[in-house]
Design a binder for this molecule. Structure first.
Ligand code: SF4
Ligand code: SF4
Length: 192
């Protein structure tokens, strides 16, 4: 192709590009020099709010890659809630199942870290609830309180409410034992 024709073609393309820019406006972003606004449904870093967590473990059960672990510490005095961003796939299951919105997906997407990986971890320690029968730690005080408050709204009479409260403080194994003993005796369930 002759040189002059080639130059003409290039000039034409630039003019065409300017026409398109004028028609559609600016469609690129200045990120990282400008803030990048993500879509409202964007699934960014899950953020944990310890103050509203009740330690129900729903998020840990729902989390596919086990990015959330929930287990008792060595002396069982605390339930340790821990999130490891390095394992998270941002599926949003934790956000969906949390009854208190203690974990919500945020808009944060700048998660790179160089050496200090502690910024990838979020953690909470909840006081354990001990079984009133066998004294074993089986839940958290917050979860028992939360369940009690929910029951209080169920308009139970005071006697039934107190029975339910006592029942909430008994571990599943002891509940089973009480139930089977009462069934053997042919009595109504006695939980006090
Ligand atoms: S977003 Fe998904 S992978 Fe990440 S912590 Fe929540 S449930 Fe787990
Ligand atoms: S589901 Fe919510 S309240 Fe339950 S342990 Fe997870 S963050 Fe805490």
């Amino acid at each position: 192709m002759p040189k002059s024709k080639n130059r003409y073609n290039k000039g034409y393309k630039v003019l065409k590009f300017l026409d398109i820019s004028e028609k559609y406006g600016k469609i690129t972003y200045g990120y990282p020099f400008e803030k990048y606004d993500v879509n409202e449904h964007y699934r960014g870093l899950p953020k944990y709010d310890f103050s509203t967590c009740i330690g129900c473990a729903a998020c840990g059960i729902a989390c596919p890659p086990n990015a959330i672990t929930i287990k008792f510490n060595e002396d069982k005095s605390k339930l340790i809630w821990e999130f490891d961003c390095g394992r998270c796939i941002f599926c949003g299951r934790c956000d969906e199942v949390c009854p208190t919105t203690a974990i919500r997906l945020s808009e944060e997407f700048e998660l790179a870290t160089k050496f200090d990986k502690s910024s990838l971890i979020q953690r909470g320690e909840l006081d354990s609830q001990y079984c009133t029968k066998c004294k074993k730690a089986f839940s958290t005080k917050r979860l028992v309180q939360y369940s009690y408050e929910r029951l209080s709204k169920a308009m139970l009479d005071e006697k039934r409410l107190q029975e339910a409260k006592s029942y909430l403080q008994i571990c599943p194994e002891c509940k089973e034992k009480i139930a089977s003993t009462n069934i053997t005796k042919g009595e109504e369930m006695e939980i006090r």
